[in-house]
Design a protein around this ligand. Structure first.
Ligand code: SAM
Length: 232
């Protein structure tokens, strides 16, 4: 039984895609899509031996060895241009790691039509990478499962320059518009934590670093509260 989180990631993979799932672990996501007949072909990339073996076992057990290839490689090194990959999924890692995988493997994204990314934290790093590299966000989703809150970002190549405001980078342009209850819960949690950190900083020596860190937190709280309590 696939997690709700991965089911929602799967929902954004275009029908008939040639999919590369990077950091696939047990290859649950490509297996689920292949069993439903939703993808033409899948590549499951893993950099760690244990998860790579789990992925191979899973693909074999499901009888999917013809449609899913499991490859031991770092990031997008799992992909060759001759694979003609059309969609890439990267899920269950931090935003900065996802962004660095995309950045290091940029040339492998030449024919890719869609990236479906699910950062556990710091989605901002992905939005910044997208804006700097000509990928625009076309959809965003936020969901809660087992008390954890996850974001899903869908990116497609853009022919015009991509830019976002500070608020959009932090919280997501589509998520800000939708302002769902889970979104509000996430940012309520974050701002409460920032406020606790701020408070704890009062009792330490006010060095230049501490003052700078405090200012950064104050700015983030302000940006976030504007969205949560503002008119937009
Ligand atoms: N994608 C699955 C999911 O969302 O449930 C698995 C997530 S698991 C927490 C992260 C996986 O990414 C691990 O199996 C790890 O070995 C793999 N990973 C981390 N960095 C990677 C990289 N640079 N290239 C390929 N795989 C990577």
């Amino acid at each position: 039984q696939l997690s709700e989180r991965l089911k929602r990631v799967a929902a954004y993979v275009p029908p008939n895609a040639i999919l590369a799932d990077i950091g696939s672990d047990h290859a649950y996501l490509p297996c689920y899509l292949a069993l439903k007949g939703n993808i033409q072909k899948g590549i499951a990339g893993e950099v760690v031996k244990g998860p790579y073996e789990s992925a191979r076992k899973q693909v074999q057990q499901e009888g999917l060895s013809k449609s899913i290839e499991v490859r031991l490689a770092n990031g997008l090194a799992a992909v060759e241009l001759t694979d003609n990959v059309t969609a890439v999924t990267i899920a269950g890692m931090g935003g900065p790691l996802i962004a660095s995988i995309l950045d290091e493997g940029k040339e492998k994204l030449a024919g890719v039509e869609r990236l479906i990314l699910q950062p556990n934290v710091h989605a901002k790093a992905i939005r910044e990478w997208g804006a700097a590299n000509g990928w625009k966000i076309t959809e965003e989703e936020i969901l809660k499962e087992n008390d954890k809150i996850y974001e899903i970002l869908v990116l497609e190549p853009s022919s015009s320059p991509v830019s976002y405001t500070e608020q959009e980078l932090l919280m997501g342009p589509f998520l800000i518009k939708a302002k769902s209850p889970v979104f509000i819960e996430k940012w309520d949690r974050e701002t409460s934590q920032w406020k606790r950190i701020l408070l704890s900083m009062e009792s330490t020596e006010q060095t230049v670093e501490i003052l700078a860190k405090k200012q950064e937190l104050i700015n983030k709280i302000q940006l976030t509260e504007e969205v949560l309590h503002g008119e937009n």
